[in-house]
Design a protein around this ligand. Sequence first.
Ligand code: ADP
Length: 759
Amino acid sequence: MNIVTCIYLIALVLSVFNIVMLIESGIRLDIYTVLLMSAVVVANGGYLAIAVAGTLDAALVGISLIYLGGCYLPFFVFCIGANLTGIHPPRWLKLFMVGVSTFVIGCTFTIGRSPIYYKSVDIIDAGGYSVVVKEYGPFHHFYFAMLGIYIVAVAYICVLAIKRRNIVSYKTTILYSVFLFINVLIYAVDRILNINFELNAIGYLATELTILLIHKKVSLYDMTYNVMNIWEKMEEYAYIVFDSNKRYLGSNALARQYFENLKFQEIDRKLTVNLPEITDLLNRFDRMNAGDEIDEKAVYRDTLKLSGRVLRSEVKFLSRKRTLKFLGRAIYGYLIEFYDITKESEYIASIEEKNERLAAAEKRALEASNAKSDFLSSMSHEIRTPINTILGMNEMISRESQDMVILGYSRDVEKAGHMLLNLVNDILDFSKIEAGNYDLDEKEYSIQELANTSGAMLEKRASEKNLRIALDVDPGMPAGLIGDEGKIEQILVNLIANAVKYTNEGYIRVSVTGEYVGDGYDLEVTVSDTGIGIKPEDIEHIFDSFTRADIRKNRHIEGTGLGLAITKKLCVIMGGNIKVSSRYGEGSVFTVRIPQKIGDPTLVGSVKLSKKTQKTKRKRYEASFTAPSARILIVDDNEMNLEVFVSLLKDTQVRIDKALGGKEAIELSKANKYDVIFMDHMMPTPDGIETLKIIKSDSSNPNAETPEIALTANAVSGSMEMYLAAGFNGYLTKPVDPLELEETVKDNISPSLIESKKP
Ligand code: ADP
């Protein structure tokens, strides 16, 4: 195949390919563009047909095809231009043009048959391909007339379009002129050179490409333009549009108000004015889409501070559906959108500020609350220390005095001292629960024993008022429950103590029962009394802290109004509840329900609290043992506490060394062998725990193995475990209970040292 045939073939293939491109590009298909594309295929088919024709008849078919495609082609170009620029030529003009083109085509059918269009026609071999040699007849002038009409018509459209001065028509016109120029040029070259090659085949292709380009641009402008028209009227949103090469296409009035430089930016050019915010947004959006696959729905959001305004910005792609849907959407530009959120952000900022203030207030409150509980716990420590002295010294007075009047005073001091101690305990408990500073220490316990001891603790007080405490434990309940025994005991003691306090005659009944619920057991304790009762209007307040009902009548009864508040909190933290019913003047019933786990499922037998009342009169004190050869060391930084300690153990005759701090204790422990060491915890360095560690870790110290008992004035829950873990062998709280102290000494010294023992 020779080169010329080859070029015709390629031109034909390309013109078919252009149709595919047209469909793929997603350009809105108008009928004239489709017809134009088809006309080019037909004409280029004609050129190829002539080149490969062996006979004149075959060449004539080619000539017909060329005219068929070529004569309508300018009409289609004219219509496309008119459509693009929005100019509507009159119908008669279009009909006239079609008429002229059809007439010319009609004339070409005479070729080879009559000399009116071509005087003569033949084919020759131009070296491997055929060429038509012809001589124009008179009718051929109609062809030039037709071309002239089209040139005028197209020029007319251009003038009108430029007059309209909109971006679309302006740009269209430029491209349109390019098209005219190319085709006229090609035609002229063809005529002048008179070569054996029809340049029109290439010219048509150039026409097609120009039209495709125009379409692509124009449809973009078109779309942008239409959209801009809508946006222009939008008052809340600002828009800026770029094409896919980041050439500025337009913006609405609000955008130009926000970014004044936009007014100076040329359309269809990359940004030349200074708009760093916009460039930055576009770059960030590009970076976001840097991956392999571009998501046409990608959105980049940001907020922008611009001369006192806060703008929410969004960058996204402009895309449209392709005609061949499976190819997805075609991205043709960028859209930047702004929305003024100054008010919202001020509002949010004010809320944030408020939140910050709240958080700061909360922090302060928390600090205050922590400070409060620190204060309360150190206060408890500080108060317990003098109470220890008061009660200890008072114990000595009661032991050593024979004078009944003084013994009476001493009993009052003891009572008041214990009241003060209870008060401190209550306040400490309350502050711990308030601060959420409590642990549930769950283990198995016997509810029967617990009820017994709680009742027994108050037996003395009850019998002083001639009250009876009756205890019923449901024999059908499990013998071992799992829960926080200490807290349940505190609840029971609080309730029984209140019943005793607010009952003047009759009895107090404590009944313990419950209900099997699933795997566990809901423990139910009821404390009822025949006391003064509570007025209905007071009932709802009695669980409030520091609230005491019927103050006038109860003034003589000591209390802080904390007991029930603590009791209720204890119930709640164990997942239970407390209820009360009362008849004023007749008595009250408090019912507590607390879910427990079952430890030992064997059933308890019925238990009655011993009715034996304790003697109201104090027994004379007598030491429970003597051990003159036992040696103990007591360590405390408070001299009076040391005094109390020594006095309390005086009658046991044990030899006591005193150390006024950790350092002295270490010295003494190195020099002497003790049978037991009592060590205060809260001391200036080294404190009790540090001193203990120093003594125990020094194997040369004769007291490395000596039992050590911690003494503390700070009764915080979990202390027992803490001291045992630190290496202490036992734990006593201050104020020290004289009997407990003697018991502890007796238990920790060798039995061989004990000389006499009280039976
Ligand atoms: P306190 O007993 O220290 O005043 P509580 O918190 O224990 O504080 O009790 C609050 C109030 O509830 C008491 O002041 C009293 O008026 C009333 N109250 C509590 N228990 C009883 C009871 N068993 N009988 C009558 N009133 C009671």
